[in-house]
Design a protein around this ligand. Structure first.
Ligand code: SAM
Length: 242
């Protein structure tokens, strides 16, 4: 079992993330001591009597931009905290952004395999002042080719994809190994009881007890679906081992 991973979030709406990270597998991972989540509310670093965090963009244009001072102060504070907690490890600084590289399963495998803490900076409104991106080694990662209103949901999906891969988080240790994407193909269709549901029967081969035949059947159906839907993945036929 690996040691506890630390994941920090700087956000205007940390409650959004707290509720997701406290639920189901992400919550159980924390209860088991496999991961610790840390939150910094950007509002606490706001300037002036209103704790302001945003302002109008120079040069005009619609919307508001997150100001550099609160972002820098929140980053400095959270980076120092995580460094101290982990005996000097520098967190990987992550900025969810539609302009980033596309997040994917191999990326989540890389992040989950490293002991470095992850620190997410969640943007909002029109985004963050460019000088923060220029002044800190922030990696920009995109959740996909669409624009969301904030970085909280992309952060949540990236954290979910990483935490479920940490050793000990999933009860069935082999389950991440054969999942969709892990072998360049899709997972196979799953069936459970009852054997007949509204007239639809479970494929006979799954009841046969013939493990070779079951493996061949699963490879074939997952390969057919993957080639029809995502031929770009390439596929790897010898993938079904459970
Ligand atoms: N004006 C920005 C643009 O067009 O590139 C979009 C800003 S968006 C409304 C506000 C914030 O949501 C961004 O700063 C980013 O943190 C987050 N965000 C939006 N879409 C995202 C995506 N596809 N992946 C990751 N983060 C995203």
């Amino acid at each position: 079992m690996g040691r506890c991973r630390h994941i920090g979030v700087v956000s205007l709406f940390p409650e959004m993330l707290r509720s997701i990270f406290n639920t189901s597998i992400l919550g159980r991972a924390a209860s088991k001591g496999l991961v610790q989540y840390h939150y910094w509310n950007l509002r606490d670093f706001g300037t002036g009597s209103y704790h302001s965090v945003d302002d109008y963009p120079f040069g005009g244009g619609g919307g508001m931009v997150l100001k550099p001072e609160p972002l820098a102060d929140a980053l400095d504070c959270s980076i120092d905290f995580l460094r101290e907690l982990t005996g000097g490890e520098t967190p990987r600084l992550l900025y969810p952004s539609p302009q980033g590289r596309r997040f994917s399963q191999p990326v989540s495998e890389e992040w989950s395999g490293s002991s470095r803490p992850l620190l997410f900076l969640c943007g909002h409104y029109e985004g963050i002042d460019q000088r923060i991106l220029d002044g800190y080694p922030l990696e920009e990662w995109s959740a996909g080719d669409y624009v969301l209103s904030g970085g909280e949901l992309p952060c949540a999906l990236m954290v979910d994809a990483v935490v479920r891969l940490l050793p000990g988080v999933l009860s069935n240790e082999s389950s991440p190994v054969n999942e969709t994407f892990s072998n360049g193909t899709f997972d196979y269709p799953q069936y459970t009881r009852p054997r007949v549901f509204r007239g639809q029967e479970v494929p006979e081969v799954l009841l046969s007890g013939d493990h070779q035949a079951i493996r061949r059947y699963r490879e074939e159906v997952s390969r057919r679906k993957q080639q029809a839907v995502r031929p770009d993945l390439g596929g790897n036929q010898a993938s079904v081992s459970r």
